[in-house]
Design a binder for this molecule. Structure first.
Ligand code: GLN
Length: 240
């Protein structure tokens, strides 16, 4: 068995250790003897999204998001949308999460028209939503601990559902107490690089989804997760 991961815009969208999520996926697959390859696709490079089993896109400042707009438009947008509709597992963080939506209007009035792969949009505010935070992942029955830093407030349309309720911090917009977006096999969230290392259940969920999509069925051997659990539980206790 093998999974192919595409890291979209690795040199542009990569804040607060977002690449750590890729390292975590690689490691947890390797520990189970499953092969994995990672390819970066950036500005000027063509994307054949259906060649991959997992699409990953990290966060970026408003500036970086504006820089990639022209490149994203057209072919890359069509590839991303088709892959998402086809059920390719996708993890999108913060700026990358916003990029999967329809648009982002920055706090200073710049309009970024994004992919529209997901039924959601983002409006910038002057206040930043920063800090360690926690939300419930209803589907898996776990509390996810993460780190958020955004000024964009994201609002979901009716065809996507939130990941779950915010238990501490801001989440999507600091108003409706919801975090993230789920659609088909997309997991889009404001949680940066520590997401998967500190929440191994989410990592395994994404890996299992990708393996099932490719091979029909998949079981992942459980791992001891002693350090991962300790890191998670300590942060959960701090945020309670
Ligand atoms: N530029 C976006 C915002 O501030 C995303 C920031 C990020 O990815 N951390 O809302």
């Amino acid at each position: 068995m093998e999974l192919k991961i595409c890291h979209l815009y690795p040199d542009i969208l990569n804040l607060y250790g977002d690449r750590g999520n890729i390292l975590c996926m690689q490691k947890r697959l390797a520990w189970r003897g499953i092969d994995v390859s990672v390819e970066g696709v950036s500005i000027g490079e063509s994307l054949k999204a259906s060649d991959y089993d997992i699409l990953f896109v990290g966060g970026g400042q408003d500036f970086e998001q504006e820089v990639l707009l022209a490149d994203l438009e057209g072919e890359k947008t069509a590839e991303i949308k088709a892959a998402i509709e086809d059920g390719v597992t996708t993890l999108a963080i913060c700026g990358g999460y916003q990029m999967l939506g329809q648009y982002y209007k920055t706090w200073d009035g710049q309009q970024c028209d994004f992919t529209g792969a997901l039924d959601l949009y983002t409006i910038g505010s002057k206040d930043r939503m920063i800090g360690n935070y926690m939300y419930e992942c209803e589907e898996l029955g776990v509390n996810v601990v993460g780190f958020e830093n955004h000024s964009g407030k994201t609002y979901l349309g009716s065809s996507v559902r939130p990941i779950g309720k915010v238990l501490a911090g801001y989440g999507n917009n600091g108003e409706d107490h919801m975090e993230g977006a789920r659609y088909k096999n997309v997991y889009a969230t404001y949680s940066h690089g520590c997401l998967l290392p500190k929440n191994p259940a989410i990592c395994d969920f994404l890996l299992k989804t990708a393996l099932e999509h490719k091979y029909g069925s998949a079981e992942l051997e459980p791992l001891p997760d002693v350090l991962e659990k300790a890191a998670h539980d300590r942060m959960e206790a701090r945020l309670k």
